[in-house]
Design a binder for this molecule. Structure first.
Ligand code: HEM
Length: 220
């Protein structure tokens, strides 16, 4: 669709920003679990009671955003690697971090996690899930989530995935400002801190859910 590398970078920045916003809203919604089973279940019922065309349109847009971000990420990485001169005696000094050097790998791991997560909590086809409904026929989302995070493997997969999400967002947020041209030498330290703070808030917010259930702090 976009023939220039900068065009594809801007698309990556905008789609990345959409997914960051989704992650923030999803965490806020998931935090209703700290109000117990009633809190999470009534939040889920509220979401499922939205008109179906709205739900489906939202899912279609998010799927398109996700697919474009992944495909352009792979394409840009291949372009960058094939364009990087390797035979120079003196390598240009660029400030890199573990997060910035491994964006393609953290991105691909997140892709695997999101596919797993959808099979797990949206399509509910992974083994070992507690799938129950109340007398009114409302699905018990809390029981499903609690059963998943009560095992070491179940909680561990989510904690590990959230560390990967942290690494991807830490660099991704800085990269967004750079691509949009909204940074300069004077603002770079503040942008780096912003990336760190937002990524840390999401990390601690998300891991608090599986860890609270695994350690028995959160009970229905
Ligand atoms: C501890 C971490 C997480 C928990 C406990 C969690 C929980 C859930 C639950 C319970 C659902 C199903 C909601 C329902 O159908 O009622 C869901 C759906 C979903 N989650 Fe998560 N989630 C977590 C992390 C994430 C992350 C990091 C992402 C990606 C950035 C993500 C993306 C999604 C998506 C795309 C859906 C499908 C939304 C839809 O049905 O349209 N989740 N999650």
């Amino acid at each position: 669709m976009f023939s220039t590398s900068i065009g594809r970078k801007i698309v990556m920045a905008v789609t990345g920003c959409c997914m960051l916003l989704f992650s923030i809203v999803h965490l806020l919604g998931n935090s209703s679990i700290f109000a117990g089973a009633a809190g999470l279940n009534s939040y889920a019922q509220h979401l499922h009671s939205l008109p179906l065309p709205i739900i489906m349109a939202f899912r279609a847009v998010m799927l398109a955003v996700f697919v474009v971000h992944v495909l352009y990420g792979i394409q840009l990485t291949i372009e960058n690697r094939t364009a990087t001169p390797t035979g120079y005696a003196v390598k240009a000094q660029r400030k890199t971090t573990f997060a910035s050097e491994n964006m393609i790998w953290t991105g691909l791991l997140l892709f695997v996690f999101i596919v797993f997560h959808l099979l797990h909590f949206t399509f509910r086809v992974t083994p070992g899930l507690t799938l129950t409904s109340d007398a009114a026929g409302h699905f018990n989302v809390f029981a499903m989530v609690a059963s998943s995070f009560s095992t070491f493997a179940g909680a561990g997969i989510y904690v590990a995935a959230m560390v990967v999400l942290f690494l991807h967002l830490y660099h991704g947020i800085q990269s967004f400002f750079q691509t949009m041209g909204w940074n300069c030498d004077c603002s770079q330290p503040a942008i780096t801190k912003l990336g760190m703070v937002v990524a840390l808030i999401l990390l601690f917010g998300y891991v608090s859910i599986p860890l609270s259930i695994f350690f028995g702090i959160l009970k229905g």
